[in-house]
Design a protein around this ligand. Structure first.
Ligand code: ATP
Length: 141
């Protein structure tokens, strides 16, 4: 019995896929969801999402959001979601540099929370892209 995963992110087509395992980055750490998992609603941190089926794995970068598990259905509402191979690395590097520079300034007019979130999103994208380039095996629907 697979897990039916649905990923919903603004301005993106909904991604639906059946997998055997979902590994997600929550605000309190990584979780693995297998079939027959107990019902769960959790808050996602910016980070990686791994979807696995057999030898195939798909990596995505999620900007944060919610993950719900119920009756082998995993619904992810993400602030943004990109498949690792679709990530624009130069853009993420630019975003990381801007955020880092703002945090380094540490002046009173710097919105630290906003800069930290932007940094976390950029780092998560770069990690996912790296993973894809170094060993990522992805499967298209
Ligand atoms: P930037 O400063 O580059 O806009 P951001 O972290 O502020 O980055 P978000 O607000 O998280 O961007 O995302 C806005 C939209 O752009 C989303 O649809 C997201 O999927 C897409 N996006 C952001 N960065 C990238 C990237 N490096 N590669 C591909 N898509 C991206």
């Amino acid at each position: 019995m697979p897990l039916h995963v649905e990923i919903i992110a603004a301005e993106q087509p909904i991604l639906t896929i059946d997998v055997e395992v979902v590994v997600a980055t929550t605000v309190s750490g990584q979780i693995s969801v297998l079939p027959q998992h107990e019902p769960l609603l959790t808050l996602l941190a910016p980070g990686e999402l791994r979807l696995g089926r057999g030898a195939n794995e798909m990596f995505l970068a999620l900007a944060g959001g919610y993950l719900e598990v119920r009756d082998d259905h995993v619904t992810i509402l993400a602030d943004a979601a990109e498949r690792a191979e679709d990530i624009d690395v130069a853009r993420a590097e630019g975003s990381r540099e801007r955020a880092t520079a703002r945090l380094r300034e540490a002046r009173s007019n710097v919105d630290v929370v906003r800069a930290s979130s932007a940094l976390a999103r950029a780092v998560s994208r770069l990690k996912a892209a790296d993973r894809y380039r170094s060993r990522g095996v992805t499967r298209s629907r």
